[in-house]
Design a protein around this ligand. Sequence first.
Ligand code: NAP
Length: 296
Amino acid sequence: MTAGATATGARLLEGAPIAAEIRAGVAADVAAYAAANGRPPGLAVVLCGRDAPSMVYLERILKTCEAVGIATRLVDVPGEDAATQEQELGTAIRRLNDDPAIAGIIVQMPLPAGVPLRAVVDAIDPVKDIDGLHPLNAGLLRLGYEGFVPATAHAAMEMLSRSGVQIEGADAVVIGRSPVVGMPVAFMLTKANATVTVCHSKTRNLAAKTRNADIVVVAAGRPGLVTGDMLKPGAVVIDVGINLVDGHLVGDVDFPSARDVAGAITPVPGGIGPLTNALLLAHLVRAAQSQATSAG
Ligand code: NAP
């Protein structure tokens, strides 16, 4: 078996080598920023309840920040009930918006039950919204203009482009239409001149759609949703799903059957996840640089 290939020949699209390249660029940019501005760029992570799965993700981000020289601040928001939590989250985010040492803000997801997502993302200053959740950034993406895009969606696109996958003219199916993954990926693929079909839980005959696709991006949060018999031979499969099954992380794609048919496939773990983490920090550096430019 050659490096980068699965046992049956599908090319394995691994995130780690691309993430390492991105992190090296981020570390150099952080050093240059710190030299020019007298302090490193700062990332604020707003927590509201220490929900276990997302704490693992956040801890990994904090560790990467430390490795590349980004300053981090954890803001733990108190609150006994949803109304108090919503109010405290708003207050904490507004304080961070006004803090020049903080270039980017991310908020732990999922939010506590009863706290509306809109109330939280609307509070983030769009220039510090490095995960592209604010309606302004979502609108910029929709219109094809420059803004912050969700890091996971960016990771899916980066994986395709850095792996040399032909996007222009390709038939692409995106499974999932969330504002964080599915829809941003669909907009970015469209901008890159793919012909895109967006599928969701009410889609009839999902397999008929995926069997026609050159590129399949799966972001449904349903383990085993896409199997090999649903794929066109040689298709490129990007599995964004992260699911815990019997104590193991798995994606939304049934890897053993899919790799027999696909031309290239991302593993879970080790595919989109590491790339998401590195790109989020690249977004932070971009935010810091543009804030320094507009302040100076
Ligand atoms: P979400 O908000 O729950 O959205 C899931 C989407 O999948 C919805 O649009 C839903 O359709 C659709 N869907 C659900 N079941 C389906 C089915 N049987 N057939 C077709 N479509 C179906 O989830 P999300 O936040 O987008 O995340 C999706 C997955 O990506 C999750 O596993 C999440 O953990 C993972 N994720 C990974 C990263 C990373 O860095 N790798 C980052 C973020 C999220 P409806 O709209 O009709 O409900």
